[in-house]
Design a protein around this ligand. Structure first.
Ligand code: BTN
Length: 327
């Protein structure tokens, strides 16, 4: 994504980049190849979205206030030309970003397409659980990836996503985010992020991987229902400060691109190493509650398929494919 003005989003990116200096309507119009009235219309639309733009006589427009939104323009500014994200679709309210991403992927959306919403009214979690997605307080997004890999390798992308989000949260908030197998992120033992990976595939080739990422960013404990307060928290609450959602979302996307490229070049080993470094589960005694049984043992590592290896008290090692883990 370059910074040439060609639409409302790129105009915003340009105003942000100007860092408070006025930008002339005439220059912007020439750059975009549109009339000054068209520029003025985009400015009005941005104002309606909450951006504060002051016209300075004879000099142009100055951006003075940025709303707390995950708009494509703001994300692009934070991504600063990183090539991974190809397109951002931003919604105020949706049922869930997952079906939108599926539809877009089927209709030919490119690798690196992002669907992001301020609010989800029927957010989907793992194992068909609901996912609470309060308006303006979190990051609710689905990313379309189209890597040229066989379907059995797709679960490795869930681990790429977990490492990306974990490291992005740590960088932006300074908190000690950790991964809990399979792909929850915890801060101080409580969940801040869930990742849901879905697949469109032929028998031997992946068509698209849809990675759904839900991050609790700026909720306070009272924003969660009573029954969730002991297990869920937000990045901002744990960091003791309001977190810039657009900056965090962009950092997640930047890392998702970086680690996907690393994976496609060097395979799974570097990802597995990062995942094991970031995981709170490995080396710990855990209880794995599966559909059929409850097992207790020491988590010793993960396989290349992301299966958790648990050493039971009798010394045997069992692979856990799906379970809730209690630390
Ligand atoms: C989990 O159960 O831990 C996974 C939660 C995944 C939630 C995200 S929010 C964005 C995307 N849209 C959804 O409906 N779900 C995923």
């Amino acid at each position: 994504m370059d910074s040439t003005v060609k639409d409302k989003e790129s105009l915003l990116a340009r105003l942000l980049k100007a860092g408070g200096e006025p930008l002339s309507g005439q220059v912007l119009a020439e750059e975009a190849g549109v009339s000054r009235t068209a520029i003025w219309k985009w400015i009005k639309e941005l104002e309606e979205e909450g951006y504060m733009i002051r016209p300075v006589r004879k000099k142009g427009y100055v951006l003075e206030g940025v709303p707390d939104v995950l708009s494509p323009g703001l994300l692009k500014k934070h991504l600063a030309g990183d090539g991974f994200v190809t397109r951002i679709l931003h919604f105020e309210t949706v049922d869930s970003t997952m079906p939108i991403a599926h539809r877009e992927a089927q209709e030919g959306a490119a690798d690196g397409t992002v669907i992001v919403a301020e609010e989800q009214t029927s957010g989907k979690g793992r194992l068909a659980r609901p996912w609470m997605s309060t308006a303006g307080k979190g990051i609710w997004m689905s990313v379309i990836l189209k890597p040229d890999i066989p379907p059995h390798k797709a679960p490795q992308f869930t681990l790429i996503a977990a490492v990306s989000v974990c490291r992005a949260i740590r960088e932006v908030s300074g908190t000690d985010a950790r991964i809990k197998w399979p792909n929850d992120l915890l801060i101080n033992g409580r969940k801040v992020t869930g990742i849901l990976t879905e697949l469109q595939a032929d028998p031997d080739r992946v068509q698209a991987i849809i990675i759904g990422v839900g991050i609790n960013v700026n909720q306070q404990p009272e924003d969660f229902p009573e029954e969730l307060r002991s297990i869920a928290t937000s990045v901002g609450h744990e960091a003791g400060q309001k977190i810039d959602r657009a900056r965090l979302a962009a950092e997640v996307l930047r890392r998702l691109g970086e680690y996907s490229r690393l994976y496609l070049k060097e395979g799974f080993p570097p990802i597995k190493r990062m995942w094991e470094e970031d995981a709170v589960t490995i080396g710990r005694r855990v209880k794995a509650v599966t559909m059929r049984e409850t097992l207790t043992g020491t988590a010793v590592g993960i396989t290349d398929d992301g299966v958790l290896e648990l050493r039971l008290d009798d010394g045997t090692v069992r692979g856990i494919y799906s379970a809730d883990i209690e630390l």
